[in-house]
Design a protein around this ligand. Structure first.
Ligand SMILES: [Ca+2]
Length: 442
């Protein structure tokens, strides 16, 4: 049976029953833990394109304070009125509310995103290709060099390796290049009023207002993803309230600034809070005996070695504490021995694939090798019709294709490699379903 990852675009909080998930369990709660042993829900938060809202010219009604505050949307206006008294009852000041809601509109796009999560099946190797692309590794090394002094200080203070912090930064905002630029109060108010998880977003909105009231940031600078994740490492407001730190010492926890210091330190503080152990790996790649099954058993590395599970060098894995064996693509793909730190990463985003992505990206940023065994991606050959579709799509993208005949020759392989390189994928040249998937998406 093939392992599949259910990957969703957009930021966390995707679907399912929010009431059962506590935000204190994971920074951005994962709504649907894998239902079967081979299914993992993954949230990709890094590909969320920011977008700017064009100011709309609309007559503005007058709010009860005399300040123009109404959203121009009767339903949202009514909701805001009720919300203001709820917010006031938990200590949000009236002037903070007035400022926060000034100019807030009903944003149909965030509701649409919340309702129509685009979900598609994605293999673990596709996910890792994107999460740990050569470009992202290189950019991570550049970012780490550029911010080395800050990251060294953060590592010394919190005991979290700079490569891990950098990897989360890369996964969450592509090293600060995609912070999300939607007005936070507007997104959260719209989702609290009209989303599928009103209570959750209202809680986030209250936290956002508390942040504003504390003076960490002004409403105009408080931007985020459509679902309210903020700054370089995409903290939800409640997580920010609980874990964000002021590492620059200016009195404000500024995760939105061009300077990523506070955001990176907040991420390290968060990991430390959940038990990160410095000097311990998140996991290591291992070789396993053919046909072995592991389930969720935890054992010491020496016990695993006695069962034939060894490092890629053929030796017993060093003792980093109790570990379980993870085979994200089933027995045909790579196997990993994962330690306590792996579960700490999952506090950030509760998905094995996410933790694997962060861990592997950190290793690659540190100069480590790629995952060694080939994934079973080659076992998914294209049908004749799909081979022709692949040729048509490559041709349309301007790659040289002599004939749309479904025949794969040496030229085709070279052309596939060129295309793969152009999108930062591993240039394996294989005419696989994975390749066709890439062509369809790009
Ligand atoms: Ca600061």
């Amino acid at each position: 049976m093939r392992a599949r990852l259910l990957v969703m675009t957009g930021v966390a909080l995707l679907s399912g029953d929010l009431a059962v998930a506590s935000v204190t369990e994971s920074l951005r709660p994962q709504m649907r833990p894998g239902s079967g042993s081979m299914t993992v829900d993954v949230v990709i938060s890094v590909e969320v394109p920011g977008r700017s809202l064009r100011p709309r010219t609309r007559p503005e009604a007058v709010w009860d304070t005399g300040v123009t505050l109404a959203s121009g949307h009767a339903g949202l206006d009514g909701w805001i009125k009720g919300f203001r008294s709820r917010a006031a009852s938990v200590g949000i000041r009236r002037d903070v509310l007035d400022r926060a809601f000034r100019g807030v509109r009903y944003d149909p796009e965030v509701v649409e995103k919340d309702r129509n999560q685009s979900e598609f099946k994605r293999e673990i190797w596709d996910y890792l290709d994107a999460a740990v692309s050569p470009t992202r590794v290189e950019d991570g090394q550049t970012a780490l060099r550029r911010h080395r002094r800050t990251l060294d200080r953060i590592e010394a203070h919190y005991g979290v390796e700079k490569e891990i912090v950098t990897a989360i930064w890369g996964m969450e905002s592509t090293y600060g290049t995609r912070l999300g630029d939607l007005p936070l109060v507007q997104s959260l108010a719209t989702l609290a009023y009209d989303g599928r998880r009103g209570a959750f977003f209202e809680k986030q909105l209250i936290a956002a207002l508390q942040i504003l009231q504390s003076g960490d940031v002004t409403p105009d600078r408080m931007k985020g993803s459509w679902a309210g994740a903020m700054g370089h490492t995409q903290f939800m407001p409640t997580s920010y309230e609980a874990y964000a730190v002021d590492f620059t010492g200016d009195g404000r926890r500024d995760v939105w600034s061009d300077d990523p210091t506070d955001a990176l330190a907040s991420t390290a503080a968060y990991l430390k809070r959940f038990g990160w152990r410095k000097g311990m790996p998140w996991g290591v790649e291992v070789r396993v005996p053919r046909g072995a099954a592991f389930g969720s058993a935890s054992r010491m590395p020496s016990e695993w070695a006695a069962r034939g599970v060894v490092g890629t060098d053929g030796r017993a894995v060093r003792d980093h504490g109790s570990a379980r064996i993870l085979q994200p693509a089933g027995p045909a793909g790579a196997s990993f021995m994962v330690f306590a730190n792996f579960d700490v990463i999952k506090r950030y985003n509760n998905a094995d694939a996410y933790a694997l992505g962060v861990g592997h990206l950190a290793d690659r940023i540190a100069g480590g090798p790629s995952i060694q065994p080939s994934w079973p991606r080659g076992y998914e050959p294209l049908t004749f019709a799909e081979r022709k579709e692949m040729q048509r799509r490559r041709k349309r993208k301007g790659f040289s294709v002599e004939k749309i005949d479904g025949i794969i020759g040496p030229n085709t392989v070279a052309a596939i490699r060129a295309f793969q390189r152009s999108v930062g994928a591993e240039a394996d040249g294989l005419p696989s379903k994975q390749l066709l998937g890439l062509l369809r998406r790009s």
